[in-house]
Design a protein around this ligand. Structure first.
Ligand code: 5GP
Ligand code: ZN
Length: 116
């Protein structure tokens, strides 16, 4: 399995730092964001390290990509029956701060569009 010893979210995958997990299997881990931006704010990540969506798109198996999207949809619809949002930030302009692909699943309040 591809992991980065210095990556924060790889450490969560390996269980080296704690997280409030809501889902885990061989391909995907989901856990509550430490600094939630909505009443429900879960991060959904692949267990294999990829720095961002572009890298994941180049390297991931079809199975890993499918599972990541499936878990986002399952968690989103369960946390946000009235609606939810899935976001990934890539690069400085988008405000990415952790360089392991993660989808933010946000729910529990009305959200504006366009995003800031
Ligand atoms: P980004 O800005 O890269 O799109 O999102 C990174 C997210 O990771 C932020 O929402 C931030 O609150 C969250 N985060 C950063 N460090 C930790 C951590 O150690 N544990 C958890 N659960 N979330 C974290
Ligand atoms: Zn990583």
């Amino acid at each position: 399995m591809s992991t980065d010893p210095t990556c924060l979210f790889c450490k969560i995958v390996r269980g080296e730092i704690p997280a409030s997990e809501v889902f885990r299997d061989a391909d995907v881990v989901a856990f509550h964001d430490l600094n939630p931006q909505a009443p429900q704010h879960v991060l959904v990540i692949p267990t294999e390290h990829a720095a961002n969506l572009s890298a994941f798109a180049r390297t991931a198996s079809a199975h890993a990509a499918q599972r990541l999207l499936q878990v986002c949809g399952e968690i989103g619809s369960s946390l946000g029956p009235a609606g939810y949002r899935v976001v990934t930030n890539e690069g400085g302009h988008a405000g990415q701060t952790v360089h392991h692909l993660h989808f933010h699943v946000l729910a529990g309040r009305e959200m504006s569009w366009p995003p800031g």
